[in-house]
Structure formats: structure tokens, C-alpha cells
Design a protein around this ligand. Structure first.
Ligand SMILES: [Zn+2]
Length: 676
């Protein structure tokens, strides 16, 4: 195999990552070779006979898997942004082997013995800080992954993990295929009445690209959002809403059975490892510490939100009745549409009015400039990096003292071979002076009809959000890879991202970047005021929607028993009904395309509550900037040094307390939402 090594860029990845040279044919031989290398290194560590040490045992385990992890990160990334049938086939071939390698790692008896004796050594007793934490977390992690199980139970666990990996991958691919298999061609523009010009232009371009007449609507997020918010035709909204919420429920792409299987396997896994349920297993090392505590948090917030939610729903129903002189029910596909109309009536605020002020170039520049002012860094174009698609932009991030920190890629627009949503991916945690490598992806409206890409306010927040994750990755100063950057507890990881969104709703911050794409005018003061008022419009409904996702996630991973409770989709719909302003139809199937919960072995399973949990943290932490200055470098540097730089090198609650001087409070979030 070694003679191919030089030909295979995955085997010895260098910076810059040669995205232009990595193809499907490299995946299988490259990943197999790296697994073999890691396997040899781990065997050597496990079989060593000298006394175990921090460096020779614990750090050596870290190093043994570094190249494999790096290569698989690149492969996973390409699968999610530029896949082809060949690439997907290669990815599917290596995936079971890679997941077997990872789940088998803590089951290597030799390694476990060495770690246990290291833990009992004098050296271990003297470890402090990051090193002590690495040892404790590694031991806990090995236990949670079955290190203490007997031989037969280890084999059971291994089988469950492999099945989970395959089923969840199939789940994600079904969602992608079901999304892409839908199109609705509309030739008569009258049927699209209500849609803003930007959405019409995108639909026209999409049709032209497919060589079709008229307008092409898809299940990609921008197309769905335009119809749900603006289409006057209730028939059209119903068609798109139903298609979107019934994705992956038909024929070969039906995910509903997979969901039940996945939940069953997760439950078996938790029991095998001595936990009552899957939520307890995954929350043990998070801030919440247990599934019940996460559920209690969701319940408390739901109760505090419910009265305002009921009031908002009643108001929306009355609004619809007054507008139409009817007394019909509020249908699920009515909610976004009438809410948008109600928002405009109350606040004379049209989200589309703002779009002209948010050309994507300015938004990116604004996020970079705010980071520069707060955190003492510079962000500059890094030309000539190989990329996976010509639309991808490349940058470097440099410390004010000139030290190189990272390079990153930005991929903004939807493509058929790219998954939907927005995300940050940290490809490499470097040790200085090497540079961290990361990227963020979004699926914003591309330039269309001769206009630049203009973002709506939510897209702007998304860019700031993902950029916040990216800063967390790139400003890391933790030398141990598995405790660096964004590798923190899942209910803490959204703090650095969500806090950045705050700067998108402050006039002083908007003035640094938002400007009309034709006239260069800043966003008018009164438009910002209306935005701020409108932002809290139906805040309780938005919160209940998120809490519904969190509640269904926890219910499925704590209370749902696949043998007793039958159809997982029906069970989920019963939980979700409480959080929906309209009656959900029986064939509603949100969970069949709920990638967060089911497209990875763990992913956000039993972790969706984290978004709200972190929102409590971010609203609370932002009060310091709000009170002491939006661009206050001193506070910014404290946030950089006490939170962003420290990864998981200390308990997340400790990092929070180091920055705030106390534990988090619920009130700042409720105040920000106008719900206190
Ligand atoms: Zn995030």
C-alpha cells in the first residue's frame, strides 16, 4: 500500500488542504491506510511495558488518531458540500470501518489497563489544569464507551454502534434525496402573488437552470421560507408546507421506520452502559448533567412562555378573521403568512425592506470588523487556496501582534450536492505556529436577476452565528486537541456563536456594515427601531417552537419506549401538538427529516435543549457588552481569553463564572424577548 502514499493527498494532509486534488478514488485506500497506522500505534501504546505516563500514554493516544481524524473531517466535509455518486459510495464504504475504529478505541483492554494504572500513579496525582482534566475526561469517556464491559457485552455494543452509524447515515441521505426530488414548476405568475421580487427572481433562475419555463419552487430553505411567509395562495402554501413536512416519508426514502430503529438502538446502548436512558448517557458530561435536568429546564421555560404563547395565538387567529371576514381555523401553513402580515400591520415592518441593506459582502466584512475591534484580530483575504467550488471564499485570521491564528473558507449558496442549513466545521486544531483550519457554510439566496446576494436579517444573524463558532475554533489556545476549540459540552458550544448574533440588532453595530446596496445609505434609525420592536413580535411563539423541538427530542430519548409506544412519529406528534399554534395533521412528519436528531449516531440527539440553554448563557453574557460598551475591547479580550481561547480545558460553568463573576440567570433572556 505504501507505494500509493505519495499519490494520495488524504494520507498525509498538508496545509493548505488540496481540495482540488482530493477525489472519490482516494477515500477508501487513504482511510484504510490511516486506520491501519492508528491501529499499530495504539497497539504499541497498549502493549508497552514501561510505567505509563501522561506523555507516553495519554498524549500518545491523542496523537495516534490525529491523522485519521483530520482526513475523515475532510472527507465528511466534501460529502456534505460537493458529493457525487462515486464520492458517496466511497464514503459509505469507509464509514462503518471508521465508526468501528472509534467505538472500538475505548474497548481496547490494553489501553484501558494502562490508563487505569496511570490514574493510580504519583504522576497522575500531581497533574493539574488541562492535563488533569484530560486524564479525568478520558477515563470517563472510556467508561461511557464500554471500557468496563465484559467481552460479550463489548461485542454487543460494537454491533449497536455500527448499526447506528449506518442507519443515521441512511437517514441523512434520504432527507437530502427527498428534498432534491421535489420541484413545483409554476408558469402563471399570478399563482405566485405575494412573493417578493427576490424570491421570484430566484425561482425564475432556478427554472432556467433546469431548462424549464416559468418559476421553479423547491424544498430548499430560501424557497420554502418565501412561500410560507408571503404566498397569498393558501393552496400553494399548503402544497409546499405538506411537501416539506412530509419529506422522507415515501417509498424507499421513508425515514419513519428508521427513526424507531435508531431510538431502539440508542436505548439498548444506554442500558448496556448502565444508564436509564440515552439522554442520561449523553448529558452526563454536559452542563445539564442529566436528562431529567434538561427536561426540567425545558419545562420551566415552557411554563413561563405558555401564557404569552396562547395570547399570541389568539391574536393571530383574530387577525386572520378580521382580515378575511371569516371564522376559519388557523391552519399550520397559515401561521408564518398571517404572522408576517400581522407584523407589518403592527410595526409597518417588512423584513424584505431590510434585505437591500445587507449585501453579503458587507455582512461578512461587518462580522470580521466587529471581531477585529472586540478580540484584537485581523481578518484578511487569503488568496490562492484550493477550494471545492468556485464560489468558496478564503481568509486568514491574524492576531494583532502578527501571530498567524487560522485560515478559513466561506461557502454561502445552495447547491444540489450540498446539504441544507448553516454550519461551521473545524477541520484542524493546530498547535501554534501552525494555523487552525475551519470553514462555515450557509444556504443564502445567491445573486439573482442582476442583484448581489442580499440577505434577510435572519441570514445576517446566521452568518454572525457561524462566524462565532469559527472564532471559538480559531482563537483556541488549548494545546490538547481533544479539549481544544469547539470541543466543549454541547450545551455550552452555542454560547460563542449565539452571543455574536446580538451585534446584528444594535444600531451602532449595524452602522459599521449595513448599507443600501444601490445608494450606500445606512439603515434608517426608524427602520432599526421597528426591527427591534418587530424582533420581539411573537417571541413566545418562536420560543415555544424551539422548546417543542427540545421537548420532542428529550421525550423520544427519555420517555419513549419503542416496544410499548409503537409508532415514533405519532408519539412525536402528540408531544409537538402542545407547542404548535395550529392543529397538526396526522400525517405531519417533522421527525422524518429532523437531521439534528437522526443524521448522526449522536449529533444533537437529547441535545436540542442546548440551543435554549446556551441562549440563556448568551443573553446573560451579552449584558456586560450592553452595559460596558458594544465595542469595549477590554470586555472583548476578557471574553476571548476566559471563554473563546480555553476550549474545554476547564469545566464550562467555570469559564462562564470566570467571565461573568457568577452563575447564569434566566432573566436576561426573558427580558431581551420582552417576556419577563
Ligand atoms: Zn450553532
Amino acid at each position: 500500500m505504501n507505494e500509493h502514499r505519495a499519490d494520495n493527498p488524504l494520507v498525509a494532509l498538508v496545509q493548505p488542504i488540496p481540495f482540488d486534488r482530493i477525489s472519490a478514488r482516494h477515500v477508501v485506500p487513504g482511510v484504510h491506510q490511516l486506520i491501519a497506522e492508528a491501529d499499530r500505534a495504539l497497539n504499541a501504546i497498549g502493549q508497552a511495558t514501561d510505567p505509563p505516563s501522561y506523555k507516553g500514554t495519554l498524549l500518545a493516544i491523542e496523537r495516534a488518531t490525529e491523522k485519521l481524524e483530520y482526513a475523515m473531517g475532510v472527507v465528511e466535509h466534501l460529502e456534505s458540500v460537493a458529493t457525487t455518486p462515486e464520492f458517496r459510495a466511497a464514503y459509505n464504504t469507509v464509514l462503518p470501518k471508521v465508526s468501528a475504529f472509534w467505538s472500538g478505541l475505548p474497548l481496547r483492554a490494553g489501553l484501558w489497563q494502562r490508563l487505569v494504572s496511570l490514574a493510580q500513579s504519583d504522576e497522575a496525582a500531581r497533574l493539574v489544569g488541562t492535563e488533569a482534566r484530560l486524564l479525568k475526561k478520558t477515563l470517563d469517556d472510556f467508561r461511557r464507551h464500554g471500557a468496563e464491559l465484559d467481552h460479550a457485552r463489548k461485542a454487543d455494543l460494537s454491533r449497536i454502534d455500527q448499526e447506528l452509524s449506518q442507519l443515521t447515515t441512511r437517514f441523512a441521505q434520504h432527507v437530502l434525496d427527498a428534498t432534491n426530488s421535489f420541484e413545483l414548476i409554476i408558469e402563471d405568475p399570478a399563482e405566485l402573488s405575494g412573493l417578493p421580487e427576490s424570491a421570484l427572481a430566484a425561482a425564475r433562475d432556478s427554472a432556467a437552470l433546469k431548462g424549464k419555463p416559468g418559476y421553479r419552487l423547491t424544498l430548499q430553505a430560501p424557497s420554502v421560507a418565501a412561500v410560507m411567509n408571503y404566498a397569498d395562495s393558501s393552496k400553494l402554501r399548503r402544497t409546499i408546507w405538506r411537501a416539506f413536512n412530509q419529506r422522507a416519508t415515501k417509498g424507499e426514502l421513508d425515514n419513519r421506520g428508521l427513526v424507531r430503529e435508531i431510538l431502539k438502538l440508542r436505548r439498548q446502548k444506554a442500558r448496556l452502559l448502565g444508564f436509564a436512558n440515552f439522554a442520561d448517557l449523553v448529558t452526563e458530561d454536559r452542563m445539564a448533567k442529566s436528562g431529567k435536568q434538561a427536561q426540567a429546564f425545558v419545562e420551566e421555560l415552557s411554563e413561563r412562555t405558555a401564557p404569552a404563547f396562547q395570547r399570541e395565538t389568539e391574536e393571530l387567529r383574530h387577525f386572520k378573521h378580521r382580515l378575511e371576514g371569516s371564522s376559519g381555523e388557523l391552519e399550520p401553513w397559515d401561521v408564518a403568512y398571517y404572522a408576517e402580515k400581522q407584523r407589518r400591520a403592527l410595526y409597518d415592518f417588512d423584513e424584505e425592506e431590510l434585505r437591500a441593506y445587507f449585501p453579503v459582502e458587507r455582512v461578512l466584512g461587518g462580522a470580521f470588523e466587529i471581531a477585529a475591534r472586540l478580540f484584537g484580530v485581523r481578518i484578511e483575504p487569503e488568496p490562492n487556496l484550493p477550494v471545492w467550488h468556485p464560489d468558496v471564499r478564503t481568509y486568514r485570521i491574524v492576531d494583532d501582534d502578527g501571530a498567524p491564528l487560522g485560515v478559513f473558507y466561506v461557502d454561502l449558496y445552495p447547491r444540489e450536492n450540498k446539504r441544507d442549513g448553516a454550519w461551521m466545521h473545524g477541520l484542524l486544531n493546530a498547535k501554534p505556529p501552525e494555523r487552525h483550519v475551519a470553514l462555515f457554510c450557509a444556504n443564502a439566496n445567491p445573486p439573482a436577476g442582476g442583484k448581489p446576494s442580499l440577505l434577510n436579517h435572519r441570514d445576517v444573524e446566521t452568518v454572525f452565528h457561524e462566524f462565532g463558532h469559527l472564532l471559538h475554533h480559531c482563537l483556541s489556545q488549548v494545546s490538547v486537541r481533544s479539549l481544544a476549540g469547539t470541543r466543549v459540552a454541547q450545551d455550552f458550544v452555542e454560547l460563542p456563536s449565539q452571543i455574536m448574533e446580538n451585534w446584528c440588532s444594535e444600531k451602532a453595530a449595524l452602522d459599521t456594515f449595513a448599507a443600501h446596496y444601490e445608494t450606500g445609505e445606512p439603515v434608517p434609525q426608524e427602520l432599526v427601531e421597528r426591527l427591534i420592536k418587530a424582533r420581539n413580535f411573537r417571541a413566545a411563539s418562536a420560543q415555544m417552537r424551539q422548546l417543542g423541538f427540545a421537548a420532542v427530542d428529550l421525550a423520544l430519548h427519555i420517555d419513549y419506549d419503542p416496544d410499548r409506544d409503537g409508532d415514533a412519529n405519532a408519539y412525536a406528534n402528540r408531544v409537538l401538538q402542545r407547542y404548535s399554534p395550529a392543529k397538526l395533521p396526522r400525517d405531519y412528519a417533522l421527525i422524518a427529516s429532523f437531521n439534528h436528531l437522526f443524521s448522526h449516531s449522536v449529533g444533537y440527539a437529547a441535545g436540542y435543549y442546548s440551543y435554549k440553554w446556551a441562549e440563556v448563557l448568551d443573553a446573560d453574557a451579552f449584558t456586560r457588552f450592553k452595559q460596558e460598551g458594544l465595542f469595549n475591547r477590554e470586555i472583548g479580550m476578557q471574553f476571548r481569553e476566559r471563554v473563546l481561547a480555553r476550549g474545554d480545558s476547564a469545566d464550562p460553568m467555570q469559564l462562564f463564572v470566570d467571565f461573568m463573576g457568577r452563575e447564569p440567570k434566566l432573566e436576561p433572556m426573558l427580558e431581551r424577548q420582552g417576556l419577563s
